[in-house]
Design a protein around this ligand. Sequence first.
Ligand SMILES: Cc1cc2nc3c(=O)[nH]c(=O)nc-3n(C[C@H](O)[C@H](O)[C@H](O)COP(=O)(O)O)c2cc1C
Length: 322
Amino acid sequence: MSFSWSTLPRPIVALAPMAGVTDSSYRQFIKKIAPEVIVYTEFLSTDAIHFGAQRTFKMLEFDPALERPFIVQIFGAEPDHFLTACKVIEQLGADGIDINMGCPAAKVVSSCHGSALIREPELAAELVASAKKAVSIPVSVKTRLGWDTHETLIPFCKKLVEAGADALAIHGRRYHDKFTGSANWDPIYELKKSVSVPVLGNGDIATADDAVQKLKNLDGVMVGRGTFGNPWVMKDICDAFRSNKQSIFSTPSLSFQEKIPFILEHCELAVKIKGEQRGMLEMRRHLNSYVKGFDGAKELRIALMKTDKFDVTKSLLQSAVC
Ligand SMILES: Cc1cc2nc3c(=O)[nH]c(=O)nc-3n(C[C@H](O)[C@H](O)[C@H](O)COP(=O)(O)O)c2cc1C
């Protein structure tokens, strides 16, 4: 059956797209822990796909048995490139396309990509329409509250929905906030009252209790940094939503020793997909997040950052607790 945002069981739990993080190994690892989580790629350039850049095509690879529904996030500002890129993505077997209209990075915004599109609502709508014209899979948008005010959120999103957007994910910060301050979810609840499509809220969820408290009238939540070093939070959130509890939840307090087999499984996935050297180099950011909160963690992190070998990593991790 083809994927649809509107028929997914509620509340939806999504792993936020994150450049340099949500590669195939992280997506598969999160799905092993919490199979119902919706996963996205990191944002990929429609210009690069249009021109056939091999590096970007590599980032489009996924395991259809382990990563569905598989959403590819794209960015760009050229409607013709959206047409070609979206067709390629659909042919590769993706279940959905998500358009990035929220990235605040200077390099991205200066090319009128990412959150710069919030100030170009006509172009933003044209990009959604181009994507919709190209494919039959759902097209969603991830954006922020606004550029320097959240007052534009509802009219902007209504325009995107009129152009065909099938779902919206909103990070509760403005472009101007970058990653500072706390996410403000109130405008997202207001938006949900004004649009007919599913709306996911995003920003500052670190625990299942945060997710339960923040969900309110929304269709689901999207979690990014809260998974760093704690991918288990996704299972906590799914369990909390499914059991319909309203009270305080806490991440199961796995000891570091109990986490080691999971961490090694994450390493194995990275090695299988990217080869040992690249896979283990890219695992460093995750190892840095996993190895925390116990005596000797700092020394262990320092030792782990010096190797790109799986076996060395394994014995370092195991010797830390033996
Ligand atoms: C390292 C990193 C990379 C990110 N890359 C992307 C991206 O490729 N596309 C996107 O829409 N948002 C990206 N974001 C933003 C996240 O998807 C999310 O909106 C933000 O981190 C707030 O959610 P959180 O508080 O749950 O982390 C990135 C965030 C981080 C920390």
